[in-house]
Write a protein that binds this ligand. Structure first.
Ligand SMILES: Cc1ncc(COP(=O)(O)O)c(C=O)c1O
Length: 390
C-alpha cells in the first residue's frame, strides 16, 4: 500500500493523530469531491433530473458494495445507517409469541434494546450464548442452545463497539445453515477494516454503515440480503412504494431483489460519495487493508502492554482495530485533556454501550482508540509515549 499517497489523499490526517475510525473516520478527498460535484448538479437541475440522467452512477453503488463483501448486486440494499439496515431486516422476520432469538453478550447495545423491545411487544424469548473465560463465544454452548431452543433468529455482532473482540461468525454461520435458522450479522465495525465475505460467513442478513472503517459520509450504510431470504419472500414490515408496487386497492407486489428493503427517498449525493469510498476500499484491496491494520495494532498493543499503569480491555482470541484502555489513577477528564492538547482524536465508551461487558470488567468508562490503515507506526509510538507521560 502506498501510505504516502493515501495520506496525501486524506490531507486532514496530517495535522492531528486521528484514531477514531470506529466512530466516524476521515473521508478520502475523492469521496468529498464526488459529493460536491453531485450536489452542484442538483443545485443546477434539481434532484430528480440529476438522478434520471445518472442511472449508471447510482448502479455503481450496488456493484462496489457487492464486490466488497463477495455478494451479487441483487443482494444489496442501500440503508441510511447500520441501524436502519438492521431494523428493516428484523422487521421482515415473521415473529410469533414465544419465538426465540439467540444473540451474544457482546452484541451492540441498540440491537440488544431492539430485542428487548420485541420481547416487550411480541413476547419474544431472548437467549444469550455463553462467553468463554477469554471472551470468545462458547460454540458448544451455542450448538446446544440451538438444539434446545429452536430459534427463529441468531443475531451476532462481528466486532463489538468497545472491546477489540472479533466474534466467530463463521462457525456460528455453519451451524445456522445446517439448522436452517436465519442468521443476522452486524458487521458495522468489521466491513472496511478486514475481509468480510458473506459466502464464508453464510449469513442471511449483514448490516454495515458508511462512516466508520469504510470512510464514507455520514447518513449511509447498506444491507446484504441472501437469496434464501429473498426467495422466501421476506420483506420489511413497513415497505414503501420503492420496495413494492401498489397493484389493486388491496394488493401490492414486492420487488424481486434486495431493493425491497430500501425507501424510495435516498440521499443520492451521499450515495455517490459512499460509492467512491467503497471503490477506494476495493481498489486498495481488503486483504491489504486487513494486513496493514494488523501490523498497526500489533505495534500499538505491544507499546501499551509495556506501560504498567495502563490496562487494556481487549478480549477474545482474535482482536481488531478497536482498543479500549484506562490508566491507573488517571481520570477520564485528565486523559482527555492531554489527548485534546496533543490533537489525538479519540472516543469515550461508557457502560451503556456494553452493559454486560462493562459489568464483567468492573468499569463504567474506557477510552476507545481505533487506528486505520492511513495511520502510521510512528503515530502508534507517539500515542503510546504520550499515554505513558500522562
Ligand atoms: C457494532 C455496531 N453496530 C451498530 C452500530 C450502529 O451503527 P449506526 O450508527 O450507523 O446505525 C454501531 C455504531 O457504533 C456499532 O459499533
Amino acid at each position: 500500500m502506498n501510505i504516502a499517497q493515501i495520506r496525501a489523499e486524506t490531507p486532514h490526517c496530517q495535522d492531528k493523530i486521528f484514531i477514531n475510525s470506529a466512530g466516524a473516520s476521515l473521508m478520502p478527498q475523492q469521496v468529498v469531491n464526488s459529493i460536491h460535484r453531485y450536489l452542484l448538479e442538483e443545485e443546477a437541475h434539481g434532484g430528480y433530473k440529476v438522478a434520471d440522467t445518472n442511472p449508471t452512477t447510482i448502479a455503481q453503488f450496488y456493484k462496489e458494495a457487492a464486490q466488497l463483501i463477495n455478494a451479487q448486486t441483487h443482494n444489496i440494499a442501500f440503508a441510511h445507517d447500520a441501524t436502519d439496515a438492521y431494523t428493516k431486516a428484523l422487521s421482515s422476520i415473521p415473529f410469533k409469541i414465544g419465538d426465540v432469538i439467540i444473540t451474544s453478550e457482546d452484541d451492540y447495545s441498540s440491537n440488544q434494546i431492539q430485542f428487548l423491545s420485541l420481547k416487550e411487544r411480541f413476547g419474544i424469548v431472548l437467549k444469550r450464548i455463553k462467553t468463554l473465560e477469554n471472551g470468545d463465544l462458547d460454540i458448544a454452548n451455542f450448538q446446544a442452545l440451538v438444539a434446545e431452543q429452536k430459534p427463529i433468529l441468531v443475531a451476532i455482532t462481528h466486532i463489538p463497539t468497545n472491546s477489540g473482540l472479533i466474534q466467530d461468525v463463521k462457525n456460528i454461520g455453519k451451524i445456522c445453515e445446517a439448522e436452517d435458522v436465519i442468521f443476522l450479522v452486524d458487521a458495522c465495525q468489521s466491513v472496511g477494516q478486514m475481509v468480510v465475505d458473506v459466502q464464508q460467513i453464510k449469513c442471511d442478513f449483514l448490516t454495515t454503515t458508511g462512516r466508520k472503517f469504510l470512510r464514507g459520509p455520514r447518513g449511509t450504510g447498506f444491507l446484504y440480503v441472501s437469496d434464501k431470504i429473498l426467495n422466501k419472500g421476506l420483506k420489511p414490515l413497513f415497505i414503501d412504494g420503492n420496495g413494492a408496487d401498489w397493484m389493486t386497492p388491496f394488493t401490492f407486489k414486492v420487488l424481486a431483489d434486495a431493493k425491497r428493503f430500501e425507501h424510495w427517498e435516498r440521499p443520492y449525493a451521499l450515495m455517490v460519495g459512499f460509492t467512491t469510498a467503497l471503490r477506494y476500499a476495493n481498489e486498495l484491496g481488503m486483504q491489504n487493508i486487513q494486513q496493514r491494520n494488523q501490523s498497526l495494532m500489533q505495534r500499538f498493543r505491544a507499546n501499551l502492554a509495556a506501560i504498567p499503569a495502563v490496562t487494556t480491555f481487549d478480549k477474545g482470541s482474535r482482536t481488531a482495530n478497536i482498543l479500549t484502555f484506562r490508566k491507573q489513577d488517571k481520570s477520564l477528564e485528565r486523559i482527555q485533556e492531554v489527548f485534546d492538547k496533543n490533537k489525538i482524536y479519540h472516543n469515550v465508551s461508557t457502560k451503556n454501550w456494553g452493559v454486560i461487558d462493562y459489568a464483567k470488567k468492573g468499569v463504567d468508562w474506557t477510552i476507545r482508540l481505533s487506528p486505520h490503515y492511513f495511520n502510521t507506526l510512528a503515530e502508534m509510538d507517539e500515542v503510546a509515549s504520550i499515554i505513558d507521560r500522562i
